[in-house]
Design a protein. Sequence first.
Length: 219
Amino acid sequence: MRAMDVDDLLQKAWKAVEKSGVPESLYGVAFKEAADFIRTSAGTGNGSGNNGSTNTGKRKASHRGTASKTKGANGSGGGTLVVDLDTFFGDLVAESGVPDVDLRDVLNLTDAGQVQVTTPSKDLGKTMAEQAKTAIALVAGARSKGLGENPVNADAVRQELQRKHIYDAANFAAYHLRPLKGFNAGANSSQILLTSKWVGEFKAAIDKAHGRTPAPTAT
């Protein structure tokens, strides 16, 4: 059985992605999966037989509870990988020192790669500004250390604040992001950069979301 021509494989995989209707943010994941599936099918008689069925089953199982992982905001600076929830939280535990259970009680990672804050907005601070700053620290910290984004996709952070009904476009940059010491605006409005002080503010945000008195952060 002859191997499939590489150009033919890439063309078929791209056509499959275009027909799938997946969001552009997941094109990298979808393209890789389509190429792997087409290559496997070509080598196992179009996926027939025990080997084809087994491989397909493993592929489907491996994507339960997974989400896109990109290096760089909006996918810049690297290709798109796949991260499961255990990897996401494991990396975040290693980088922040916050216990896994504390993270899982506050954060969620959707299949589309969106970091969500599950704590009610009213419990993130007494004012909308406090709530926004808490959410920024949580989402930006999680996207940076759990998804490997560098710089962090600021648009994704804004989307989560909008979902929580605590986004104020007029005050986001000057009064919500700028006062934070561990999170700075990047080269443009779509970027957030972390500093060495991000850990203290991230831990304080986790404590606040849990209703605990936040530990003092470094000044």
